[in-house]
Design a protein around this ligand. Structure first.
Ligand SMILES: *Cc1c(COP(=O)(O)O)cnc(C)c1O
Length: 409
């Protein structure tokens, strides 16, 4: 089949049911932003919402806003709204802390439910913080690692495994686990599963309850567009609300305002809270959830796959073997990003950014492109590949200014 033309992409945009959402984002002129898998774009309505919380709820309401503006309940009210994006019933998600901290709480809670078992299973290729937190927490537990080249999950699961921590969509390659099948496999071995949803929440529909998942964590500043450093979330299935987690702070207490000297965990998901929530950050998340409340996640997934298919097809036909597609072509195991291998990937990405196409680089050799169906257009994809083709053909990336490593890649 011949490549779609740029005009054909314009036509697809005109018929895209999610097209109106693009106007709800601030996108700098002349820029193609394909890094919403790292930091989501700014919804138009966020600045106003944050300003309201600063000037009214804080400035005028002062301490009264803990009650009057619903501040105290925000971890739960926003948690329920995030729950709608990940298939978790109300009362099973709270928004709080960072993903790193929530990994610690979820793993600890799972271990408390399997006191007779002494193995934690992780993925060698997981995002480092998941591995680091596991290492910090493991103590006497053995930390077994699986990977795509083996050993497989089936090979490491046995009666000693207490918990398995996996990231649903791999941050480097965009490869996705079959959540239902893996959850079932882990349960069959008598273990519990913690899903990290950092690259799936807001990227595709997720059905935690339908899959029988035990725990989940994830961040809100990537596909959910909550803003830099916006708070993370943690989910525990209702049947696990008696689990204990060791960060027993006062916001997780049964009656925080009795100020008693002895910790008594709250009933329900609230026991996963620790300390005072960052209300200004919550305001940014709240503004982005106002958009998400209106999004049809099936349409989101359809467009996500259409965007990544288009990108892969154009890369195949226009980049002439200069890069290797590292992301699975099979829809069933693909998230909402595409990664390309190039041995000078860092310089290639810097050259591309200089041309106004923003993706990112993950060592050792991957250039990543995130596709966020709410604001990425088909024309963006077409233009991005055309620019990349030009950068590679002219070998512009060889210029010395593109070799200098910045602190954040
Ligand atoms: C982005 C990401 C994190 C980030 O953790 P923070 O505590 O927010 O820094 C954790 N895990 C995975 C899989 C991620 O992709």
């Amino acid at each position: 089949m011949p490549d779609p033309t740029r005009d054909a992409c314009e036509t697809r945009d005109a018929h895209d049911p999610l097209r109106p959402f693009r106007d709800e984002f601030v996108l700098p002129d002349g820029l193609i932003y394909l890094d919403g898998n790292s930091l989501g774009a700014l919804p138009r309505h966020t600045a106003e919402r944050v300003a309201h919380v600063v000037t009214q709820e804080w400035g005028q309401g002062l301490i009264r806003s803990w009650n009057d503006a619903g501040w105290f309940d925000k971890p739960r009210t926003l948690g329920d709204r995030v729950g709608g994006l990940i298939g978790a019933e109300p009362g099973t998600v709270v928004v709080c802390d960072s993903t790193s901290v929530n990994v610690f709480k979820a793993l600890s809670a799972a271990l408390s439910l399997r006191p007779d078992r002494d193995v934690i299973v992780g993925d060698r290729d997981n995002f480092p913080t998941d591995l680091y937190i596991t290492q910090g927490l493991a103590g006497d537990h053995e930390h077994r690692l699986i990977s795509v080249d083996g050993p497989s999950l089936a090979e490491v699961l046995d009666e000693r495994v207490a918990v398995v921590l996996l990231t649903h969509v791999d941050y480097r390659t965009g490869r996705m686990y079959d959540m239902a099948a893996v959850t079932e496999q882990v349960h069959a071995a008598g273990a519990l599963i913690v899903w990290d949803l950092c690259h799936s929440a807001g990227a595709l529909p997720i059905d935690l309850d339908g899959c029988g998942a035990d725990f989940a964590v994830g961040c809100t500043y990537k596909y959910i567009n909550g803003g830099p450093g916006s708070p993370a979330f943690i989910h525990a299935a209702t049947r696990h609300h008696e689990a204990t987690q060791p960060l027993s702070g006062w916001h997780g207490h049964a009656r925080p305002f009795e100020f008693t000297g002895t910790y008594e965990p709250a009933a329900g998901i609230s026991r996963f809270l620790v300390g005072t929530p960052p209300l200004l950050s919550y305001a940014g998340l709240e503004a982005s959830l106002d958009l998400w409340d209106r999004v049809d996640l099936t349409a989101l997934r359809t467009k996500s796959l259409a965007l990544t298919d288009l990108f892969i097809d154009l890369v195949d036909s226009r980049l002439g073997g200069r890069v290797e597609v590292a992301t699975p072509r099979d829809h069933a195991v693909r998230g909402s990003q595409v990664s390309l291998r190039h041995e000078d990937g860092y310089a290639v990405m810097q050259a591309l950014i200089a041309r106004g196409v923003i993706g990112d680089f993950r060592a050792p050799d991957l250039i990543r492109f995130g596709f966020t169906p709410l604001y990425t257009s088909y024309v963006d994809v077409w233009d991005a590949v055309a620019t990349l083709a030009d950068v590679l053909e002219t070998e512009e990336w060889r210029e010395s200014r593109f070799a200098k490593r910045l602190l954040v890649t």
